[in-house]
Write a protein that binds this ligand. Sequence first.
Ligand SMILES: Cc1cc2nc3c(=O)[nH]c(=O)nc-3n(C[C@H](O)[C@H](O)[C@H](O)COP(=O)(O)OP(=O)(O)OC[C@H]3O[C@@H](n4cnc5c(N)ncnc54)[C@H](O)[C@@H]3O)c2cc1C
Length: 357
Amino acid sequence: MSESPLFLLAEHTTLGVGGPAAHWREARTHVEIQAALAWASERGLSTVVLGGGSNVLAADRGIDGLVLRLRNAKLQASRAGDVARITVGAGMNWDAFVAWTVAEGFSGLECLSGIPGEVGAAPLQNIGAYGQEAGRVIRRVEVVDRATGATEELSQEACEFGYRESIFKTKLAERFIVVEVEFELSKGPALVAYGELERALENEPEPSLLRVRETVLNLRRAKSMLLDPSDPNGRSAGSFFVNPGVSHHEADAVEERARALAVHAPMPRFTQGAKQKLSAGWLIEHSGLTKGTRRGQVGLSTKHCLAVVNHGGATAEEIVKFATEIRQRVRDTFGVTLTPEPRPLGFLPGELAALYD
Ligand SMILES: Cc1cc2nc3c(=O)[nH]c(=O)nc-3n(C[C@H](O)[C@H](O)[C@H](O)COP(=O)(O)OP(=O)(O)OC[C@H]3O[C@@H](n4cnc5c(N)ncnc54)[C@H](O)[C@@H]3O)c2cc1C
């Protein structure tokens, strides 16, 4: 394990905000994770796991507990015919893993190319993009219980994957540290079943896994959804709000409100189970907060309305204020309450009530 005197969260989060962590350590093995948890517990400190910092909103005051970073990045594959079980350490870079699967000819993750962060965070919100979700090919998640230090295994079913959701965000939130994830992937063709991707590849009847990966990376680059320090829209947490799921009746009511406001652009709505999934970006844009809207050093991406961008030097407080304004505006305009996607770190209970409740 290693520890350094200063760990500024702003330097380890893609939104570029957050004060110092009182303590931080790196762990490579179960034993090191357990030792770090025991070290924090003996001192009455809380432990926060930080991966790539691409889906967190860290408080300006920082964190007075322990920030733990996992550095186990092993990849082990056992193959049987065209199928492989691949066990990947939580600390491996997500996109490096996806690139490996594509190079090996395994389909199932190619559409998730370019998502920032590490493998350990992937099950938490069941990362998804362009018609694929990680949870569909995750077979097992190995975790350490924060309270007892014991190792446990959760099956795919036990993880209760849903849209940007899993048991790690709901019933078992904050209980486990994900140590490794086992995926089951098969050799096979790429998935092209998402409008934007289909259009980009319409002249290529059977694109290879690599072609789909490249196309997804290009689409993401065009929307500033890749980590790129030279991109003026690049300092974000990706989508700041998840697409809301509402009843049919509520979706009709939102459409009705849009008509009354003379919004001519058709409202995207998709059936997902018993719910209608609406587009958070569309709702934001048509509530009057258009692309590029700025409040000082914080703003909406100029490429799309779903990313809140730190244009340099913004504080977490300013981001919270702007995101709360967006949420209020959408609620006032359409009667829909948006849920933020980044996980808050270091805020006091109740401090973010207007944004997260
Ligand atoms: C430009 C951009 C584009 C993005 N596009 C997408 C997208 O298309 N689809 C999508 O789903 N997401 C997207 N995201 C969000 C983000 O990349 C993913 O949610 C990613 O999985 C977060 O990984 P991370 O390692 O950065 O996690 P972090 O941000 O470090 O952590 C996120 C949460 O997970 C917890 N956590 C992290 N690692 C562990 C672990 N090992 N065990 C237990 N808890 C852990 C943290 O405590 C925190 O609560 C995007 C983000 C950015 C910045």
